[in-house]
Write a protein that binds this ligand. Structure first.
Ligand code: UDP
Length: 465
């Protein structure tokens, strides 16, 4: 039987590709044909880092479109990348969809688009194709975006998105109060990036009611208050490969699985796992303070030091560091994070609080040491420390540095106070219930699948008339 066919389009960033790839795999499991559309650069990175390279070809058709920049241009310049994609990709996407539709059994039933790609929703509308938005960030973050006009009207931000009033507000009556300085686009230290992100927010808000579905990588068990204010959102998360006992895919770097063997040799609930996602950059002073703080903690640790993680060209560890930590510390350049967090030896997660990392830690019942860096990470930290109370944040000194002493002392506090682990296990149970049969996220996903198949049958019935 010819299957429903869904085109899936993520934003070209690690924290977007991984959860959308997981969504794509779940669609495949439900007898949906999936074409996954990356930019060329990300397509090459993802397919070359896919460990079981033959596996994906059977599951998902991976395709790519140019992002409009020259091959040598810097894609970490996000304002430039976003502008280039929105100018050059709509025509390419339309052409691609037309070419796919020509093949009799491949007509696109629906496109699933990352909410940071509003131009793709516009393409779907122009072509009369059903669309669905997917938000890989928290609903609280999304709430800031959906409330952008209220924030402008209330004079919280100006028309360039810059923060004017630093205060606590409620975005809706039932939601937890949030700090205006934690609103997603405000939390960048570069005004060009704030302006570009704000422009994207306005465009995303404008098309936010067009798609038939607005899926979120969240659950009512974690964000009941925020979700109650936005009934149009359908939480289907946490979308983690580890919940299906499958491998997390879509990595931008090659995972180092040897750290799992090292974890096997450690005692239960003894290891600190330290990872700051795919964007975070450290200066050399801060990097050394962290290294020494971990050394002083006297605990086993597994630390992800991504290539290019420090602002300097090469990352330098303090003198004699590797010899001193010996086998007590393990440093890798990229970890199979979901497997690491599910490992019984891991005691806690020192994290930048990206939403995927937050969900991955929460799902595994882990307490957090929070080190947010930019964007939505401050809002996520606020969930962890102020609302779920499953972790502690680090305080900076007058020079803006998180010192070795602060790191050592917060590690001790987290290990010595059982309340964080108890609360983390309690939330884990609730989250588990939402993704198992009958749970809220599971039911929403089933309804979404039914809708896709109905949409497809309807389209085919019309063609046959
Ligand atoms: N990740 C990984 N290995 C690592 C570090 C991170 O697989 O060593 C994955 C992690 O599991 C998560 C994603 O990269 O799914 C990072 O997304 P997140 O939203 O946490 O942070 P971002 O990179 O967007 O800042």
């Amino acid at each position: 039987m010819v299957k429903s066919h869904v085109l899936v389009i993520p934003f070209p960033a690690q924290g977007h590709v991984i959860p959308i790839m997981e969504l794509a795999q779940r669609l495949v499991e439900q007898n949906v044909k999936v074409t996954f559309v990356n930019t060329e650069v990300i397509h090459n990175i993802v397919t070359s880092n896919w460990i079981n390279k033959d596996g994906y070809k059977d599951l998902i058709q991976m395709v790519s479109l140019p992002d409009g920049l020259d091959p040598s241009e810097d894609r970490s310049d996000l304002p430039k990348l976003v502008k280039s994609m929105s100018q050059s990709m709509p025509d390419k996407l339309e052409e691609f969809i037309k070419s796919v539709d020509k093949e009799d059994d491949s007509k696109v039933t629906c496109i699933v688009v990352d909410f940071t790609m509003p131009w793709a929703i516009q393409v779907a509308k122009n072509m009369g194709i059903a669309s669905t938005t997917f938000c890989p960030a928290s609903v609280a973050t999304l709430a800031g975006i959906l409330s952008v006009h209220k924030l402008l009207d209330d004079g919280i931000v100006n028309d360039k998105g810059m923060l004017l009033k630093d205060e606590m507000i409620r975005l809706s009556e039932n939601m937890h109060p949030i700090k205006t300085s934690n609103i997603w686009w405000v939390c960048f230290d570069d005004s060009a990036l704030i302006e570009a992100t704000f422009q994207l927010v306005l465009e995303a808000k404008e098309v936010s009611n067009w798609p038939e579905w607005f899926l979120c990588n969240s659950t009512t068990e974690l964000e009941a208050a925020a979700l109650s204010a936005y009934p149009q959102l359908s939480p289907i998360g946490p979308l983690l490969a580890s919940n299906r006992l499958a491998d997390q895919v879509g990595h931008f770097w090659q995972e180092d699985p040897s750290c799992l063997e090292w974890l096997d040799q450690q005692e239960t609930s003894s290891v600190i796992y330290i990872a700051f996602g795919s964007f975070t950059l450290f200066n050399q002073t801060q990097f050394e303070e962290l290294a020494i703080g971990l050394e002083l903690s006297n605990k086993p640790f597994l630390w992800v030091v991504r290539p290019g993680m420090t602002k300097e060209t090469t990352t330098t560890f303090p003198n004699g560091y590797m010899e001193r930590i010996g086998s007590r510390g393990r440093i890798v350049s990229w970890a199979p994070q979901q497997k690491v967090l599910a490992h019984p030896s891991v005691a806690c997660f020192m994290s930048h609080c990206g939403w995927n990392s937050t969900l991955e830690g929460v799902t595994n019942g882990l307490p957090f040491l929070c080190w947010p860096y930019f964007g939505d990470q401050f809002q996520d930290k606020s969930y962890i420390c102020d609302i779920w109370k499953t972790g502690l944040g680090f305080d900076k000194n007058e020079g803006g540095i998180i010192t070795r002493g602060e790191i050592k002392s917060k590690i001790e506090e987290l290990f010595n106070n059982e309340i964080f682990k108890t609360k983390a296990l309690d939330i884990k149970k609730k989250v588990e219930s939402s993704i198992t049969k009958g749970g809220s996220s599971h039911s929403n996903f089933c309804k979404f699948i039914e809708w896709i198949h109905e949409k497809d049958s309807h389209a085919k019935a019309q063609l046959n008339q």
